[in-house]
Design a protein around this ligand. Structure first.
Ligand code: PPS
Length: 285
């Protein structure tokens, strides 16, 4: 059961914590509130980093909440069975996370003023991070060789399906007042400036001192040492803690240590084909 997948409207999900019933509910019936903040990203793109930043901003930089409440309770993954249960009980204003592609996202978003923060990451780094994570997370199938996983990733035969579809779908909202996108690379390059931009989008201005405590507590090292944020508390049923850590490397460009020249070129060919129509450039281009 643990490693079985199902396809819902063309998108791949693990059977263990997702079901077509909840996914349909989330898409068609989940009530979006004007004061909701959604933290959205394709898997391994910086979802939990952004979750930490948003949690800290919510508390004006005070680390009390991130040190005392598990991250998946602070911003539940709305499409998972337990995440949906938590989202429905969450007292507003809600902070919610999602990896859903835009076409499966709650329809009621369109009628609301809820804020969306979409984080993107260099897809070669996403591939490498997902490859390692697939060996840890018991919900995911063994990724096999990097060569075969590369083909699975490029064709969208991975959980949450195609990175290309996800990014092109969500970036279609760019320009909307309630949509803000940022890259993992921008967070790495200038976390302080990124936090200020996020605050501005949220309409929440923090002092320099408060921004500094957000930056300090959302660093890779702080998160790695915080058991509320490093997934060490996730049951062995879900994660093989002997095989590595969720906060693995936290750097840009790790793909260079893993992909051969041929694999990188193969990736670039598909990337060019799939991204040419988007008319946007990213830090990794
Ligand atoms: S998940 O499981 O899909 O929700 O994963 P996600 O949170 O999107 O991405 C996990 C990767 O983000 C890295 N990470 C960070 N990098 C830098 N700084 C901070 N604070 C940080 N927090 C998380 C995490 O290490 C994963 O990347 P890799 O490359 O595997 O290290």
């Amino acid at each position: 059961m643990a490693c079985e997948y199902f396809t819902h409207k063309g998108v791949l999900f693990p059977c263990l914590v997702y079901s077509p019933k909840e996914l349909s509910y989330v898409e068609n019936e989940f009530q979006v509130r004007d004061d909701d903040i959604f933290n959205i990203a394709y898997p391994k793109s910086g979802t939990n980093w952004m979750l930490e930043i948003l949690s800290l901003i919510r508390c004006d930089g005070d680390p009390g909440w991130v040190r005392s409440v598990l991250n998946w309770e602070r911003a539940p993954l709305v499409e998972s069975q337990l995440g949906l249960e938590a989202a429905l009980k969450y007292p507003p204003p809600r902070l919610l996370s999602s990896h859903l592609p835009v076409q499966l996202f709650p329809k009621f978003l369109q009628r609301s003023k809820a804020k969306i923060i979409y984080t993107l990451r260099c897809p070669k780094d996403v591939l490498v991070s997902l490859y390692h994570f697939s060996k840890l997370l018991c919900l995911f199938k063994d990724p096999g060789s990097l060569d075969s996983f590369l083909e699975d990733f490029l064709s969208g035969n991975v959980v949450y399906s195609s990175w290309f579809d996800h990014v092109t779908g969500w970036m279609g909202l760019k320009g909307n007042e309630n949509f803000f996108s940022i890259t993992y690379e921008e967070l790495q390059e200038d976390l302080r400036g990124s936090v200020r931009r996020i605050c501005h989008f949220l309409g929440k201005e923090l002092s320099e001192e408060q921004v500094a405590t957000v930056v300090e507590n959302a660093s890779f090292q702080s998160m790695k040492g915080n058991k509320m944020s490093n997934y060490s508390q996730l049951s062995d049923e879900y994660m093989d803690h002997q095989n590595g850590e969720f906060l693995r490397k936290g750097i840009c460009g790790d793909w260079r240590n893993h992909l051969s020249e041929a694999q990188s070129q193969r990736f670039d060919t598909v990337y060019r084909e799939r991204m040419q129509g988007l008319g946007m450039t990213f830090p990794w281009d």
